[in-house]
Structure formats: C-alpha cells, structure tokens
Design a protein around this ligand. Structure first.
Ligand SMILES: C[S@@+](CC[C@H](N)C(=O)[O-])C[C@H]1O[C@@H](n2cnc3c(N)ncnc32)[C@H](O)[C@@H]1O
Length: 639
C-alpha cells in the first residue's frame, strides 16, 4: 500500500492562508476621508513604477502563448478534497470506520477512487483530509454521489460517522495540468504539506504561468504531489501538496529551491505587501529610495522644514539644550545626537550657538543618524565645508566641523557611544514606516499595497484575515479607541532605545514633529513639489509621511524616562524667547532680511501656520529632575 493511501500519522498539513485580498479599494471601504479629494482616481502609473513593481508580489506578466495550455486542467478528472474535523475521542474509531467505507465504495463500483488520506499533525489538529478522484469527470462524480446518498449500507455508515465529527467541508477541484495527476508515493514514511492560497479573482492564469515555471525549477527535488484549484466550493482557492522524507529534508529542499534562479519570482507572486514595507522601500531603498540620492528640501524640492525657514529655530533648540545640560549638573561631556538631520541646517545653527557658551568648549560632540548617502554628503558639506564625506566605512565616519566640534555619522542608535546625550529629532519620526490597520467587528485587518488587475497601478486592499503584524503588535492597547490605526513599530523601537539610553547614561531628548495625541486615524500621504500627491503614485519620486502618534511615543518612553508635552511649537518658541531673539536680529538687518525674518517668525509661530501643527515632546532622564521639575519651554503655569 502506498503512503498516499495510508492514513498516516506522519502526515503534515500546514495551511498557509496568504492574504485573501478583497478587490475593494481601500478608500471605498473607509468612506469619507480627511484628504479624500487628492485620492480620487489613481492615475496611470508612470515608468518609475517599474522598479517598484519588481518588489511587489503581483507583476504584470505577459500572459504569453502558454497561458491556456499550462492552465488547462484535465477536466475528464475531477477531484474532491474532504476536510473532516473529528471529535478527538473518536479519532481511532473514525479512521477504522473510514477504511470500511473505502472498501464498501470500491465493492459497489461507485467510480470514486481514493487518492490519499491524511491526519493532521501541524495546523488544525484532529482533522482528517481525504483526496478523492473521479476519472470520467462530473458524470462519475454525480453517479458516485447518488450511490453515496441512496445506498442503505453507506447511509448507515454516514449516520454513524457524522456523530464522530465536529464539522466537515469539501471542495470540488481540478488539477493544474502542469502539476500532473496526483500520484501515489512508494515510500510509507513521507510527510505531506498542504499549502493553501486564496487568489484574487482574475489572477489564476498569471498564477498558473508563474507556478508552471517555478515547478520546472523544482522538478529535481521530486516533492510536488498535487496542484489543485477549486471548481465548486470556495472559489479562487489553490492547494499545493508537497511530500518530503521528513521535516529536516523539507527544510533542505526548500532552502535549495530558494537558491535556484527564478524561484523567488514564482513565490513572490503570492500576495501584496504591507504599507510599512511599501514606505520603507519607497523612502530608503538603496538604489531608488526617495531620500537616498537627491536633495529634497527647499524651493526646488518637495517640502520645507522649520530649521530651513529661520536660524532662530536651531538657536532656540540649542539654548534649550544648554539650559537642560546646566540643570543636569553640567556633565563633563555632552554628546548631541540628531536623528534624520536632512541638510544639517538645524545641527549647524545649534553648533554655532554652542560656541557662545564657553563652558561647552571641548566637551561637545555631534553624532548624526542618517540613512541616506546623499544627505550625508550634504551634511558634511554644510558642517565641515570641506571635501566630500568618505562613505567607505559603512557605520562610522568622523570629521571635524567648522566649529571645531567633531561630527560622526552612524547608521543606528545602538552604535552610539554610551554617554550623557542630548537626542534631537526634527521631522524624523514622520518618515518612519507605518502599518495601517482597520478594526472590523473586533478583528484587526491590515491595509496592504497591491497592483491592480491591469498591472499598471498600485492600489490599497484589505487583508481578509488578520496578518502577522496585526497579531504581533498590541493594537488594542495602543490604538486608543480608534478603528483605523496607523502604527509605527520603528517609532516604538527608536523611542525605546533613546529612553533606555537616557535612563542609563543620563541626558534628555526632544522630539519635534507634526502629529496628534492618539486621535487621528488616517494621515498617510505624499508630497511632491510642495503639493499633496497620491501616495501610491510615482514611488521613489515623492515624499511619504504620516502624522506622528505622540500618545504612543509617550506610552513607550514613560517606562524609562520622564516625559513632558507635547506642547505646540508656537508656545515652546515663545517661552524660549523667540520674540526677543527676533528683535535682536532685526536691529542689524537690512530691509530684505527684515522681511525674511518677519515672515519666518510668523511661519514658525502662528497658529494657522506651523505654530500649532508642530508639537514638541521632551524626554528627561529621571536622574536630572525631581517631582516638580518642568523643562524650559514646557511650563504649564499660565504667565
Ligand atoms: C523630513 S527629513 C527631516 C530633515 C531635518 N531634520 C529637517 O528638519 O530639516 C527626514 C530625514 O531623515 C532621514 N531618514 C529617513 N528615514 C531614515 C531612517 N530610517 N534612518 C535614518 N535616517 C532616516 C532622511 O534621509 C532625512 O535626512
């Protein structure tokens, strides 16, 4: 008896439900959105979608001449897959009864042939799976069903068997011709893996073409048992069955297959990607990422930031830093760390200001956390005003700034020297990837990015089931009652890393960004040339951003440090004396500069400009503040 016919305890069923993606557009499902106007109608993608689509699971693959031939199933044979959930206490009896049932159907010449039976070891346990074959197609299936329903002996069996089941389900399937007919295996000790996929309507042919190629690559491993697709029952469902000697062999074969050229293409076809993966690729892909090879700031770029608007911004941050350093007892070293420094305008204004405080001479160092080689070059040019940064050493580059303060570039917070630190992040966290989740009847589903049927445009879709991310993260804890929740795990990791360092080595931090306190739901958007843009159009060419969730940051940080704010930018800058600084600068300015200073001041502080939209959150090591301490600029007392 072959292994496929044996009801074997060595069976394995691992039903991977890759994203069953509904074809509905996210925006339809979300109803009215705060920035719905800009989202209407996704325009045809331009050429620069090309590189991005390579990263996406669903490609526009030429259907080619082989489309129908590879897909064409042998319709003369239909298959039935039965899933029986057995009450655990009846499993042994059920299996014995099932063997009797097979003998009876064979005796009665129903035309049905059992291809194989399995019990499940990994997955939905207490389940038995049977694969029946009906040579002769639907006609034979009809006849067999008729006998099954009317024969008294079989009816008795059925009644008895049903008492042993919790539930049952079946599907009528056809076999992909390129997989061939499911064959019985000679070895007794195989383990079997059943991988199931739910496809989007209309993608079966592409799926078939990809797998036809992929399977050729795996022929040598002799593990493919069956490739079936539903014809009646849950539609668009695919089952692939693989056989291996054992779990170790399974691992070896699968790893070998991944190394074969072309196999990744085939597997990558299986589902869309998360918004977080999309954002990460679009912003920081080493070859094509938005930030990686261009200067994106200012009039010629896509957006402008506060430090670029006025020198007063960086100067007042530096004054705040000095104030907190004094409050901390003037430690002998002050390491300043900026995350995402852009053109380094803020850092430059801060270093210039530090020079006014003689007590800081020789104790300050600057450390920049930057992912982009182009930005690193711009930062080096601004701060050091000589040569070009040598980017040969991947994680560490040090130079001397024009202020005689050393600057070092790092790729990761964890690589920073362990000492007293001032962390500053301005418009850094809004660039970090977010996942987007939708809560529906208490179940969190994830918004994903996919290619539409034409293969030309990207679109949002919802996962049908929960995804790994929706299970992994504490969504109910952090969502603060929202039903649409943008969640940035990278934000959590960075805030946690900063807080832990502050707690251990001392120091303080300032996070400045546009955001909300756990209230906003839908803020993912794009900018191009200072205008809103569709976030899925022109990937790599536009800035992607999402509002920062200060409520979440605060929750993470509070485990290690004291947190103050968020307070409005306007309030903070006024408390820090921006009006006085403005007067000083105006005194020595010409008419043109006066005009610029005034307009910068207004942009930074006025409520309807950046004064209210931008928020300041500060983190202080508990070492440096007693119960009643309030850092400068965060006073809650009315003046
Ligand atoms: C919006 S810009 C802000 C620049 C600057 N802070 C300012 O306000 O002018 C974001 C900066 O963060 C950098 N960046 C983006 N993602 C990053 C990441 N994952 N790690 C490090 N730097 C990143 C970008 O290259 C850029 O320098």
């Amino acid at each position: 008896m072959s292994a496929l016919q044996t009801i074997s305890n060595h069976s394995l069923r691992n039903c991977i439900r890759l994203f069953g993606v509904s074809s509905s557009n996210l925006y339809k499902s979300l109803g009215q959105r705060s920035f719905s106007q800009k989202q209407e109608g996704i325009p045809a993608a331009s050429d620069n979608l090309g590189w991005f689509k390579k990263l996406l699971p669903i490609r526009s693959i030429d259907p080619g001449k082989e489309s129908h031939s590879v897909l064409l199933a042998e319709k003369e044979i239909v298959y039935e897959l039965q899933f029986h959930q057995v009450k655990p206490e009846f499993m042994v009896e059920y299996l014995k009864e099932f063997e009797n049932f097979v003998s009876i159907t064979t005796e009665k010449k129903t035309g049905a042939e059992l291809v194989g039976s399995w019990t499940v070891e990994i997955g939905d346990q207490d389940e038995a799976v049977h694969l029946w074959k009906y040579p002769g197609g639907y006609e034979v299936l009809n006849e067999a069903t008729e006998v099954y329903r009317t024969d008294p002996q079989l009816e008795k069996f059925r009644l008895n068997r049903n008492k042993m089941l919790r539930s049952r389900k079946n599907q009528i399937l056809l076999a992909f011709s390129f997989w061939g007919e499911p064959k019985q295996r000679p070895a007794e000790k195989n383990i079997y893996e059943l991988r199931s996929y739910v496809l989007k309507p209309g993608t079966m042919i592409e799926w078939g073409n990809n797998w036809a190629r992929g399977l050729r690559a795996r022929k040598m491993y002799n593990e493919a048992v069956a490739g079936l697709f539903t014809h009646i029952g849950d539609l668009y469902t695919i089952h692939h069955m693989w056989a291996y000697d054992n779990l170790h062999e399974r691992k070896r074969v699968r790893e070998a297959a991944w190394r074969r050229p072309g196999w990744d293409d085939c597997v990558a076809y299986t589902g869309p990607i998360t918004v977080a993966d999309y954002m990460k690729e679009v912003l920081t892909n080493p070859n094509y990422g938005y930030y990686m090879h261009r200067d994106v700031f200012g009039k010629g770029g896509d957006f402008i930031t506060s430090p670029e608007i006025s020198q007063m911004f960086g100067e007042l941050i530096a004054v705040w830093c000095v104030h907190e350093w004094m409050n901390a007892g003037k430690p002998k070293k002050l390491q300043v760390v900026e995350l995402g420094p852009g053109r380094a305008t803020l850092a430059d204004d801060m270093l210039r200001t530090f020079r006014k405080f003689s007590e800081l001479n020789d104790i300050v160092s600057l450390n920049l956390i930057e992912v982009s080689p182009k930005m690193k070059q711009l930062q080096h040019a601004k701060l050091c005003q000589t040569g070009i940064l040598d980017d040969k050493i991947p994680n560490l580059n040090t130079s001397m700034t024009r202020y005689n303060i050393p600057v070092t570039w790092h790729n990761d917070i964890q690589l920073l020297p362990e000492e007293f630190t001032f962390f500053i992040a301005h418009e850094f966290f809004d660039a970090l990837p977010i996942h987007v989740f939708l809560k529906n009847e208490e179940l969190w589903r994830e918004v994903l990015v996919d290619v539409d049927e034409s293969g030309e445009n990207l679109r949002f879709v919802q996962s049908r089931q929960s995804t790994i991310s929706s299970k992994l993260y504490k969504l109910n804890e952090y969502s603060n009652g929202r039903n649409i929740f943008e969640f940035s795990p990278e934000t959590g990791l960075n805030v946690e890393a900063i807080s832990k360092r502050l707690k251990r080595y001392g120091g303080f931090g300032m996070i400045i960004d546009y955001g909300h306190f756990g209230t906003k739901e839908d803020t993912f958007r794009a900018f191009k040339k200072h205008k809103l843009h569709h976030p899925l159009k022109d990937p790599g060419e536009v800035d992607l951003t999402a509002d920062v969730d200060f409520h979440y940051m605060k929750k993470v940080a509070e485990k290690d440090v004291k947190v103050f704010g968020p307070v409005n930018q306007g309030d903070f800058l006024h408390q820090m004396g921006i009006s006085i600084r403005l007067q000083m600068l105006l005194e020595n300015a010409n008419e043109k500069d006066k005009e610029n200073l005034m307009s910068g001041y207004k942009m930074l502080t006025e409520k309807d400009q950046m004064g209210e939209r931008f928020q300041f959150l500060s983190l202080l090591s508990p070492k440096h503040c007693n119960e009643n301490y309030e850092p400068a600029g965060f006073s809650t007392k009315k003046s």
